[in-house]
Design a protein around this ligand. Structure first.
Ligand SMILES: Nc1ncnc2c1ncn2[C@@H]1O[C@H](COP(=O)(O)OP(=O)(O)OP(=O)(O)O)[C@@H](O)[C@H]1O
Length: 217
């Protein structure tokens, strides 16, 4: 479903060029959960951003559900992000002027897949029933995290990308949130790639990839 081949990415820095991705290849199937680990600065976020159409690799191919993403311009990438990809990042990027209900339905509308039953079930499963009309600033960090997860799967995307989605939570809450996230992506049949620093969380995924010196090991 997601096939990335030979991705390279080099940043220009004050100390000269820094190669962060050095011919990285990986695949994620529908319904599969994959952990991406690696030391701080090893390029995990860069890779996730390239796969999520938030950035472009310098070279290499990315095919998502048969569509080539690597040659797309900004508007083509935005289109793929809206319809095909759900993201949960540590900075949750909830829309502050929209309520919980509106944050979820907005994403489903963007994806062109509004399913009121699914959104209601999602709200319930996320433990957000009763909080639908609150704004993000009126929620706890854990509640906001669950809204962000709901938003990532609200439009039933083909691919869900998460960058340390439980990084800000205490261990018990993080475990519960990860269980929820794994259940929801499994139910939607999305492929799931998650950056994590936690070996325990990585072990709960179907497969683990490790990024080191710009390469997958
Ligand atoms: N826009 C940029 N310009 C220059 N260098 C960058 C840029 N973005 C990232 N880098 C550098 O590229 C390397 C990889 O960064 P990246 O954020 O992908 O790592 P990471 O594995 O996600 O790290 P962490 O676990 O700390 O979040 C780092 O050395 C970082 O400083």
């Amino acid at each position: 479903m997601l096939d990335a081949t030979d991705l390279t990415k080099t940043y220009d820095t004050a100390d000269g060029p820094l190669t962060v991705l050095d011919h990285v290849s990986l695949s994620v199937s529908r319904g599969e959960s994959v952990a991406l680990t690696g030391e701080s600065g090893s390029g995990k976020s860069t890779l996730l951003h390239c796969l999520g159409c938030l950035d472009s690799p310098d070279s290499g191919e990315i095919i998502l559900d048969g569509q080539a993403l690597h040659g797309l311009g900004e508007s083509g990438r935005a289109e793929v992000r809206r319809h095909q990809i759900g993201v949960v990042f540590q900075s949750l990027n909830l829309i502050p002027s929209l309520t919980v209900r509106q944050n979820l339905s907005f994403q489903a509308r963007l994806a062109g897949r509004v399913d009121e039953d699914w959104l209601a079930a999602l709200t319930d499963r996320l433990g957000l029933a009763g909080l639908e009309d609150r704004y993000p600033e009126q929620l706890s960090g854990g509640q906001q995290q669950r809204v962000a997860i709901g938003r990532a799967v609200a439009g039933r995307p083909a691919l869900v990308l998460a960058d340390e989605p439980t990084g800000n939570l205490d261990e018990d809450t993080a475990d519960r949130v990860l269980t929820l996230l794994l259940d929801l992506v499994r139910e939607t049949g999305a492929g799931f790639l998650m950056v994590t620093h936690s070996p325990r969380h990585a072990a709960r995924m179907g497969r683990q990839l490790h990024l080191e010196a710009g390469r997958i090991t």
